[in-house]
Design a protein around this ligand. Structure first.
Ligand SMILES: *[C@@H]1O[C@H](CO)[C@@H](O)[C@H](O)[C@H]1NC(C)=O
Ligand SMILES: *[C@@H]1O[C@H](CO)[C@@H](O)[C@H](O)[C@H]1NC(C)=O
Ligand SMILES: *[C@@H]1O[C@H](CO)[C@@H](O)[C@H](O)[C@H]1NC(C)=O
Ligand SMILES: *[C@@H]1O[C@H](CO)[C@@H](O)[C@H](O)[C@H]1NC(C)=O
Length: 455
């Protein structure tokens, strides 16, 4: 009798357990996949670092699209670059033998990213060239361990990044320009998907099982549809059964037409910064070198975003509810060029003072000011923050009524800030007399305590 009761209870418990697990299983269709709530860490993090690194970092000319610009599009500047500098029969694959990464110190990179104020780091695990930055079993030796640096560049970075308490993620290109299996499926009008079954799916499962990335940032999806890529099946596995099922976030590039529509957060287009509300979590993936994701040696100072440009992007993105993913391209030697280091450190200095308006912030009822240009708003813990990109001795906050303001402070400065009423009832903040006026060169943040009525 007692034994039966125990068995009965155990069965009931097991049944409950099985049912409760079943309740959160996702099915391989967009309706189910899209219904998954975005893990909270992602929206709180706001700022990430994007790294485009691969064999393309060896020629480091033009952009990470070098191979295709040269042998796909036959663009004259690429064709001539090769003609003028290499033997006539030099192949792209040969660049990999020069990919040594001999100065690569992932701990130093991770320290830099930590100091930049970013909360997550996303590395290209494989770009469209097909070369894997980890020793993949499915790469036919076209990987970091067998061809090139002979080190697991990705695995080492994952470890170093996590040692800094930053979140590690991967970019992954679905298509590969010159993979014979892909080209075969393509010549069949994508009626076959051998490339996906024998290469992409096992490769992605390996990547996730071994390195447990908390971001899977998909790309190279645009020629066939998500049905060819079997994307919803992969995502159902990722969300139900993978080692990162509860924490992983993904973007929206899972097949022709899925961008800005399906998946996790939306990337839509490169450097997406729509300047209007999206009604869905989104991310602005952008570059510090305005013209390339991969490192290019011909980059000049005129191509590089200033810290002011960068904070402007950040503010405009955050105000509309986006995350910002800031890209730098490491060199083939495994270094991050000093101009990128400087930008990231400047960002970190700024965030050190102004981070309370950024991390874990929300959109406020206004995103940018109705009167003053380049003035963006966020809200956090009941405070309203105005991020001001243009210095002025008096700043009118056209979206804030004078009568609603209890007090104003400038982040990084303890004193209360003087404010007055504008002729039409808004608040005008008098810029405090600071020496040195270091904030003004970049962007400064005013914090408002508003009375409940007008919040
Ligand atoms: C990471 O977080 C742990 C636990 O909160 C803490 O003990 C450790 O000091 C942190 N490490 C760094 C580098 O911030
Ligand atoms: C999608 O993946 C699943 C699991 O590997 C497999 O059973 C199914 O046949 C795949 N579908 C296509 C169209 O390849
Ligand atoms: C880079 O592009 C942005 C627009 O996204 C522009 O405002 C900025 O002036 C450009 N910077 C450089 C150095 O070209
Ligand atoms: C800021 O808001 C105004 C409306 O007050 C709008 O017309 C303008 O386009 C916005 N500016 C940007 C850059 O989004």
């Amino acid at each position: 009798m007692l034994l039966l009761q125990v068995i009965h209870k155990w069965l009931a418990f097991s049944l409950f357990f099985i049912l409760s697990i079943n309740a959160v299983r996702y099915e391989p269709n967009w309706k189910s996949i899209d219904s998954r709530p975005l893990p909270q860490w992602y929206d709180k993090a706001k700022v990430g670092i994007f790294l485009h690194w691969g064999v393309f970092s060896v020629p480091s000319f033009g952009s990470e699209w070098f191979w295709y610009d040269w042998q796909g599009y036959h663009r004259p500047n690429f064709v001539n670059y090769m003609k003028n500098n290499f033997r006539p029969d030099f192949t792209y694959e040969e660049f990999a033998s020069k990919f040594w990464a001999e100065f690569y110190q992932p701990d130093k990179w991770a320290e830099l990213f930590k100091k930049s104020g970013a909360k997550y780091v996303v590395l290209t695990s494989k770009h469209h060239e097909g070369y894997t930055m980890w020793p993949s079993k499915y790469s036919f030796q076209w990987n970091v361990m067998q061809t090139g640096p002979k080190r697991d560049l990705l695995g080492e970075l994952a470890k170093s990044v996590r040692a800094q308490n930053l979140t590690f993620g991967v970019y992954h290109s679905l298509y590969e320009w010159y993979n014979p299996l892909y080209l075969k499926d393509k010549s069949n009008g994508f009626a076959t998907n051998e490339f996906v079954r024998f290469k992409i799916r096992p490769e992605m499962e390996e990547l996730v099982n071994v390195y447990k990335p908390d971001v899977v940032w998909s790309d190279g999806d645009w020629e066939p549809t998500d049905v060819y890529w079997n994307s919803t099946d992969f995502l159902a596995w990722l969300y139900n059964d993978s080692p990162v099922k509860d924490t992983v976030v993904v973007n929206d590039r899972w097949g022709k037409g899925t961008g800005c529509k399906h998946g996790g957060f939306w990337n839509c287009a490169d450097r997406y910064n729509p300047g209007k509300l999206q009604g869905h979590k989104w991310e602005n993936a952008m570059t510090i070198d305005n013209y390339s994701w991969g490192y290019r040696r011909e980059m000049t100072i005129n191509d590089v975003k200033t810290i002011h440009d960068l904070i402007y992007e950040l503010a405009k993105t955050l105000a509309y509810g986006g995350n910002i993913l800031i890209n730098v391209g490491p060199t083939m030697e495994g270094t991050i060029t000093p101009i990128f280091q400087e930008r990231l450190l400047q960002l970190g200095d700024w965030l050190h003072v102004n981070g309370e308006a950024i991390y874990e912030s929300n959109m406020w009822k206004y995103q940018n000011d109705t009167i003053t240009k380049d003035l963006w708003y966020t809200e956090r813990a009941g405070f309203v923050y105005g991020i001001v990109l243009q210095y002025n001795s008096k700043i009118e906050f056209g979206s804030i009524d004078y009568s609603s303001v209890n007090s104003v402070t400038l982040l990084g400065c303890n004193d209360k800030v003087e404010f007055i009423k504008s002729p039409n009832g808004h608040v005008i903040v008098v810029f405090p007399n600071l020496t040195p006026l270091s904030h003004a060169k970049v962007a400064y943040v005013f914090k408002f305590v508003l009375n409940q009525m007008n919040f």
